[in-house]
Design a protein around this ligand. Sequence first.
Ligand code: FMN
Length: 347
Amino acid sequence: MTFDTASLRDPRSKGRHIKACLTQQVLYQKSTGLERFDFVSQALPEIALSQIDLSVSLAGRALSAPLMIAPMTGGDRRALVINHRLARAAQRWGLAMGVGSQRVGIEDRSRARYFELRSQAPTALLFANLGAAQLVKGWGRDEALRAVEMIHADALFIHLNPIQEAVQGGDLDFRGVADRLSRLCEALEVAGVPVFVREVGFGISEQAARQLLACGVSGIDCAGAGGTSWARVESLCADSERERLMGERFGEWGIPTSDSILNVRRVSRSLPLIACGGLTNGIELAKALALGADVGGMARSMLVKACQGEDALNRFIADTLDELRICMFGTGAATVAALRGTVVSCR
Ligand SMILES: Cc1cc2nc3c(=O)[nH]c(=O)nc-3n(C[C@H](O)[C@H](O)[C@H](O)COP(=O)(O)O)c2cc1C
């Protein structure tokens, strides 16, 4: 898959984010912190690897494995090609999947069709996606339901990204965000749509987790630092030298994914929790689950494979799930629930 530079000049295009993520150094230098934990290896696991059950439920739906294709894109032709590949994989493997921000599809109805992916994933758990900054500006129930309807989603993500907005000089006023989230959660509960709130990769503090719980969210994606740095991506996509510098200076901002998971779990043992941010293989996924996540999400890793082709993507998912199974075998965990708590801090 190739990228022309026209998309780089379109500030509304997700194309330049994708190009940066595929071709530039967009990763944090600091890690997810998952390497600070080791599995407690069990020499007598008393289970058969072939009997290991990866199934979980999320947002009231069954998944074949605790893995999500994290929200990335949508809204133009190239994005549609990528999303269709990802959606076919989500369907094949029984995974959850999210689309990138649908703001462009709400603001410009002609672009809504470039978010369509239900045809490729008729039964997969799909998340729609809008930004909290839009809620603060006055969007609410109607726009949220339009986003859900646009992709025939089962649930909605509202993404939080204050640092990303700040470094690119975007939406800079988050006053009243918790109140707007509470009202949306209430309105969508009536409509039967679960609202999950997610960071885009700067992590969730204990305080933020407490605020989100009070808002009545159906779940959190605590996407943390250690993988794709959204300040760094914005730096690479900046139009001005000032934005470029800002993005670079804040490139290491964020709570590592492992801490982000633990922060949420200190506040609630049971709130549905997705963990994203720097997961690149099944062992890291297993550690995120062992620390308390219900499902692990991967963005950039999935994007890279999807752009290599469907075989590469399917092989990657198969390997990831095999690695997860081996971690479960080695810790004696026959189910994903049993995997929780099987790691110890090692440094
Ligand atoms: C190309 C790209 C575009 C993204 N766009 C969105 C978006 O529109 N909305 C959102 O909630 N997250 C978005 N994300 C953030 C990811 O879902 C994820 O939280 C973050 O990249 C960290 O995960 P990773 O280290 O696996 O990439 C995007 C990620 C990538 C790689």
